[in-house]
Design a protein around this ligand. Structure first.
Ligand SMILES: [Zn+2]
Ligand SMILES: [Zn+2]
Ligand SMILES: [Zn+2]
Ligand SMILES: [Zn+2]
Length: 359
């Protein structure tokens, strides 16, 4: 390990997390990069329950290359409790969007992060006021607000009602309201470069610590204590469930050891690097690791970043769980064909537990 960049959650006013500032962030509404060819509502429906997926996070990850001067990766997830399958990413959708330096949406100069925040730059089409994805449906009464789906219109109605019923609609404005059933709480992801020189702690100390922890952990497992993966950052081994006797201890121990150096990390980024797995790959995700080549240019996909279980702590949603989400993108990060603003990429979901509770 060593030269892996780590991402941490930071509080930031949402006016600084709009597309104007090319953010990396968790939750809120997507800050769309390309503004004319947004993902369709159909693409964003969960294949299992047919409801719209929720925006999880976006990572701004440009590099020195004509086509990738701006580049953002987006992840969407279905939060329905019935759509969470162990070691399966079918409730997730991932997109890559990119723009050259000279483009029709943004100035070539980087935005100033001082003074009053600049307004976000709106797409050409109307967006759902609840979730920020394309909103082809409008309120049948006032026609002043748009929605992606009946579900989001229903969720927004208690707030929209007053505005919609008002005599003079100009006086009451539709405010941007946070609906916990539609969007996740919003956080900035601050990415810090991990300095390899800081990783020189005595491995002997670590190993003896680990051994002790493992013993405690095994005792707890024997005692049948249960819990969830969400507390992995705390190094509290008592949080691990009775099912954990199926976990490959060696891999899990390595995972904990690495994570423990920066226990709040929610993101590990290294394009072309290797993910840190939480359990044995052969037993859990061998099938998922048959990674298809880029559908656009035919190049191989490579690992780019992984989302850590610590992100779950920010989401305030007990239905969701994962060990880690590993994102694979086109190794060429190829230009998108005309008429396409967002290309699908590939994501792997690995859980701590094996498939026994698969639905
Ligand atoms: Zn679903
Ligand atoms: Zn919506
Ligand atoms: Zn209305
Ligand atoms: Zn490609």
């Amino acid at each position: 390990m060593g030269d892996m960049d780590l991402g941490f959650a930071e509080e930031r006013g949402k006016e600084w997390l709009t597309n104007r500032y090319f953010p990396s962030k968790v939750g809120g509404k997507p800050a769309w990069l390309e503004l004319e060819q947004l993902p369709t509502n159909r693409e964003l429906l969960c294949v299992t329950c047919q409801e719209p997926k929720t925006f999880l996070c976006q990572i701004y990850a440009p590099f020195e290359d004509e086509h990738n001067f701006h580049r953002t990766i987006y992840i969407f997830v279905c939060r329905s409790t019935f759509c969470q399958d162990c070691n399966s990413a079918k409730n997730l959708t991932i997109y890559r969007s990119q723009l050259p330096r000279k483009n029709k949406f943004y100035s070539e100069k980087p935005p100033m992060e001082e003074g009053d925040p600049l307004p976000e730059i709106n797409p050409s089409k109307k967006l759902c006021i609840a979730c920020g994805c394309l909103g082809p449906l409008s309120c049948g009464r006032c026609r002043m607000v748009n929605y992606c789906s009946a579900k989001h219109q229903r969720a927004h109605w208690p707030h929209h009602k007053k505005v919609c019923m008002a005599e003079n609609q100009g006086e009451n404005k539709n405010t941007d309201i946070f609906l916990p059933c539609v969007t996740f709480p919003e956080w900035e992801i601050a990415v810090e470069v991990n300095d390899p020189s800081e990783e020189t702690e005595s491995d002997i100390d670590n190993e003896s610590l680990e051994k002790k922890s493992l013993e405690e952990y095994q005792n707890l497992v024997a005692a049948g204590k249960t819990g969830t993966l969400k507390d992995v950052a705390d190094f509290e081994l008592d949080k691990y469930a009775s099912e954990s006797d199926t976990v490959d201890d060696k891999i899990f121990r390595k995972f904990k050891k690495v994570v423990n150096k920066d226990p709040d990390q929610i993101l590990r980024y290294k394009r072309g690097g290797k993910p840190l797995w939480i359990a044995d790959v052969e037993q859990s995700i061998a099938e998922q690791l048959q990674i298809p080549n880029c559908e656009i240019c035919g190049s191989e996909r490579q690992f780019e970043f992984q989302i850590m279980p610590q992100m779950l702590n920010l989401l305030k949603d007990d239905h969701l769980d994962w060990g880690t989400l590993a994102v694979y993108t086109c190794s060429k990060s190829c230009p998108l064909p005309i008429g396409k603003g967002y290309a699908f990429e590939y994501i792997v979901k690995q859980d701590l537990f094996l498939n026994e509770n698969k639905k």
